[in-house]
Design a protein around this ligand. Sequence first.
Ligand code: PEP
Ligand code: MG
Length: 553
Amino acid sequence: MRRVRKGRLAGHESVMPGVSAAPGVAAGVAVVLDRATGGRSGVVPRAKRAAEAERAGEALRLAAAELEKITADLRRDGRREEADIVETGVLMAMDPILTARVESLVVESGLPADYALRAGADQTAAELAEVADATLAQRADDVRSVGRRAAAHAQGTAREATEGVLVATSLGPADVAEWAPKAKGIALAAGGITAHAAIVARSLGLPMVIGVGPDLLQIADGEEVVVDGDRGVVVRRPDPERIALARNDAGRRRAAREIAIARRLEPAQTKDGRTIRVLANASTHAELREAAQQGAEGIGLLRSELLFLEAAAWPGFDEQVGVLRPVLSHLGGRAATVRLFDFGGDKTPPFLRDTTARGVEILLDAPGALRSQLAAIMAAGADAELRILVPMVTGAGQLQAVRRALDAVLDGRRRPQLGAMIETPEAALDANAIAKHADFLSIGTNDLTQLVLGLDREQSKTAPVTDVRVLRLIDATARAARSAGILVDVCGEAASDPKAMPILVGLGIDELSVAAARVGQVRQWVRELDFADCRRRSDELLGQSGHASRQRV
Ligand code: PEP
Ligand code: MG
């Protein structure tokens, strides 16, 4: 879930970087939904404005009726949550303020119906986006999509769902639900990670990449593209190998999901008896639900910053509880690992625009915001096995400082576990000291690999985490955790990489935290492993003797 640098791979492929919003890889022909923004242009003559306004009103009614049908279909399929989301679109389409606004744009300004519908919805959306409440602001996209839907009716360009990869500026949840049976994946020029469209895509298992930028709309309707929701890229002119990989991925995902659900109650244990706890990287309830269906034993990484990427100021206590509680309240006594805001770099909200710092460094500079986040996590996750994770740690002192802040907000409640992300070379080299102050360690192989090797992790076709320079740091971290008697997990993408995962297991990793849709697959892979083989393989890679390895775990 991050931005990557723009670039080209082999041949004529063109890789367009964006942000991963739903995992999986899909290939298909592009179905461009909203490039044509205008129908008729010019000013409507006064004499025709009343009829034009009536057409606009009728288009809104048609949009509302369509959304009602999509809602009913979702309810019939038992998708109550998605149905509730889409149903708000019906209310938006029938909103008297929107209707009056559109009518005035036609009657007073002479805009054609389709322009007025889009403009009216944009005005309402702009007002919503101004609201400080992040959840409400996210609804802005939903209103725009209602406007586009109605405009398509006014223009006579409403199109039947056809099979392919949806390409659009942004989409509403109803668009995603409506097209889901035919869509193979989704690529958006704009869009937010917590926008409802992304939530629905994740829960329906559709690969999705957002935030690609306006260049995305240069893609022609019918052009073959690949949406890689694992790496957060859209690929134009994909080479045959990539298309084949994407097709395999889709088939594999379907089959693996069915097996995973059937075997969700079986432990993730290697053939020779080592149990690995498989957790999910999940930030929304939809992801958690999918992960739980596939047998996840809790959340290993909730990237809290992704929920507030558009924030205009440090999110307040109530706002954070409001976003976290719907996710954490479903965990019962299972693990809920909430990472403190990892702002900075490619995850910088508008209010931190000028920062050059990253993760915990930023939080320690804002002690009030840190305390407020700690208190919100404690309030929202009171019923779970709560674990708080500190991002981008570079030294033990930072963890001690966060622990002091945590102690200050405990207020007599049970203290959650406090863990350190080991994702910088400094942290890995200082892992022994950090482990002494931590209740668990979590290795972020994404940043670690990138920082150690100076590679762009997202563009690389190999699994550079198995480079011995990275493996030595992972090994040192795992050893530090064992000496301190604490658990160590891996929550970077390597945890679900079929080549890297067995080596991580061989290094003695206790827990793997992976994308929700990958949980079942990873649990199955664990069952097919032989721990002794994994250790031999990791030893080989580290260039160590068998004797040293026997002492490791
Ligand atoms: C990582 O760096 O491996 C990690 C899990 O954090 P993120 O991908 O959010 O940077
Ligand atoms: Mg990271």
